[in-house]
Design a protein around this ligand. Structure first.
Ligand SMILES: Nc1nc2c(ncn2[C@@H]2O[C@H](COP(=O)(O)OP(=O)(O)O)[C@@H](O)[C@H]2O)c(=O)[nH]1
Ligand SMILES: [Mg+2]
Length: 271
């Protein structure tokens, strides 16, 4: 493995292989007018969604489409998303599911929709503005040289909101370290929910075999991407605590992450 740090704060991890990753350089051709899909899972994000929509569309990115995957949020996020989609004339797509099925399966549904719609680049992010939409253009630029870009809280120049409670901070740091060690991951932020993929990289992932329904999904994807020898780079982000709505993190979700990820990290699954 080589670890280079040509750009300060941007950690690049790639295998020693002469090909620098699973995809050959030729297959990393840059589309002239890339179609970008931003996949956002929502559960009770009615106060955040309009702000997120404004922020994403005011980036002025050409060919960007937002895919909202809502799980029948009791607060009416899905209805709001449908109204916003009507106004956006095709720039917003809503995947409406009939019950809370977990953020992992929401991402899978959103990724499948994005690939079916012919997206070249797929971004995933939370609806709660913890992930700053201003980071998207830089991540897309980084995709010219990578298969996957991880918005990272654990590289130089990254920061996490001091308002992030000590329990969540500890959970993140311990979870990250634990998974990294256990799975031998090169990526520093194994649980980041802010990522960008090239479509061919995402197509290489067997989305139907992913097991984590909750936030363990993020680390599972990190394990799978490394297993596929995709070229992963990390870019620093400023992570902010949500100011509206509530986190869906729960003891059950952490428990699921542990019992599903430990065997995965130890190489008992995903071959
Ligand atoms: N569709 C869907 N979205 C979810 C579910 N659980 C969480 N989310 C969304 O996933 C993103 C991350 O969840 P969040 O509560 O912010 O988790 P945290 O950032 O780890 O505290 C947010 O946009 C949530 O609305 C779910 O079961 N279904
Ligand atoms: Mg969040």
């Amino acid at each position: 493995m080589t670890v280079s740090n040509a750009t300060p704060g941007v950690l690049e991890t790639r295998p020693v292989s002469a090909f620098g990753g699973w995809l050959s350089r030729d297959r990393r051709a840059v589309p002239a007018r890339p179609r970008v899909a931003v996949v956002v899972p929502t559960y009770n994000e009615v106060d955040n969604l309009p702000h997120l929509v404004d922020r994403i569309f005011s980036l002025g990115l050409e060919g960007v489409r937002l895919i909202v995957v809502d799980d029948a949020s009791p607060d009416g996020t899905g209805r709001l998303a449908t109204r916003l989609a009507r106004r956006a004339r095709g720039a917003i797509d809503v995947v409406q599911r009939d019950r809370k099925l977990g953020l992992g399966t929401a991402y899978v549904a959103g990724f499948k929709r994005a690939l079916a719609e012919g997206a070249d680049y797929i971004v995933q992010m939370d609806a709660d503005l913890s992930h700053d939409p201003d980071g998207i253009p830089g991540m897309l630029k980084a995709l010219r040289e990578a298969d996957v870009v991880v918005g990272s809280r654990y590289v130089q120049r990254a920061s996490a909101d001091p308002a992030w409670g000590p329990t969540r901070r500890l959970l993140s740091v311990v979870g990250n370290r634990g998974i990294r060690l256990l799975a031998g991951l090169r990526v520093r932020d194994t649980t980041s929910g802010f990522k960008a993929f090239r479509a061919d990289a995402l197509r290489a992932v067997d989305l139907d075999r992913l097991k984590c329904r909750g936030f363990g999904f993020q680390a599972e994807m990190a394990i799978v991407c490394q297993g596929l020898r995709l070229r992963v780079v990390e870019r620093p982000i400023s992570f902010r605590t949500r100011t509206r709505g509530h986190s869906k993190m729960s003891v059950g979700i952490v428990a699921e992450a542990i019992w599903r990820l430990v065997p995965l990290a130890c190489g008992k699954s995903h071959g």
